[in-house]
Design a protein around this ligand. Structure first.
Ligand SMILES: Nc1ncnc2c1ncn2[C@@H]1O[C@H](COP(=O)(O)OP(=O)(O)OP(=O)(O)O)[C@@H](O)[C@H]1O
Ligand SMILES: [Mg+2]
Length: 226
């Protein structure tokens, strides 16, 4: 059996709302193994994005422990979380946030340039990634001129440029039509399989969820396998 990559142990998360605390996740325990594709489903407001943000080090838990291999996310400060994200995580969000004034290639390159890699190397890798998603003839398109599905493909390449061990995707096909959604789903699942990556994703799409190796339902602040 593959090694555990991410391990949630009795994790709770609440947000302050006025004078009281609003409990979102309570005593959540589950693990994600290397090479797994994990889909999280659940109603709007059930805490799916909150869970992804904890896994990706964008937010901290209120109690409990979260391990990435032997790294303790629950004891990290903001700077340590930021380097954790940079080293291990590739994020894909629903609204494919790209830098509008930059072209597709530049958008994909930016996270690697921020890490201080040489431009020549990064150009090669970004070009190869964009080729993989059939965007070779759109490399120099400003991102504002790309279609929704094309923007999402660029966002996926950007998430992959630093070779993250885990791809965390929050409804990556939420804003796309059926055909583009299917293409993005296939792309993500193929990348996970062929490059032995791990995927943690939130989706409302039942068909997409069933193509993943494990499906969880988040409800009543708890998580359960489906
Ligand atoms: N920063 C925050 N401060 C206060 N409350 C928050 C914060 N972030 C989320 N919440 C609350 O936590 C609950 C869960 O939010 P979350 O975004 O995780 O839900 P979700 O399952 O992703 O929903 P959706 O399917 O609509 O995206 C919501 O009720 C939301 O109002
Ligand atoms: Mg959400």
């Amino acid at each position: 059996m593959n090694k555990t990559l991410l391990n949630f142990l009795h994790v709770s998360k609440s947000y302050k709302s006025g004078e009281t605390y609003l409990s979102i996740l309570e005593d959540i325990s589950f693990e994600i193994r290397e090479g797994e594709s994990v889909a999280i489903t659940g109603k709007s407001g059930s805490g799916k994005s909150t869970l992804l943000n904890l896994a990706g080090g964008l937010d901290s838990s209120t109690s409990g422990s979260i391990f990435f291999r032997d790294e303790k996310l629950h004891t990290m400060n903001d700077m340590q979380l930021s380097s954790y994200r940079n080293a291990h995580i590739g994020f894909v969000f629903q609204s494919h946030i790209l830098l509008e004034d930059f072209n597709a290639l530049e958008n994909v390159m930016i996270p690697a340039l921020i890490r201080g890699e040489s431009k020549n190397k990064v150009v090669k890798r970004a070009t190869a990634l964009l080729e993989r998603v059939s965007m070779t003839d759109r490399l120099y398109h400003k991102s504002s001129k790309l279609s929704g599905g094309e923007r999402q493909r660029v966002a996926i390449c950007r998430a992959l440029i630093n070779n993250p061990e885990i791809i965390i995707a929050d409804e990556p096909t939420g804003s796309l039509d059926e055909e583009s959604s299917a293409a993005i789903e296939t792309l993500l699942l193929n990348i996970v399989k062929e490059e032995n990556r791990t995927l943690l994703l939130v989706t409302h799409d039942k068909h997409f969820a069933t193509r993943c190796s494990t499906v969880y339902l988040l409800q009543h602040r708890s998580i359960g396998k489906m």
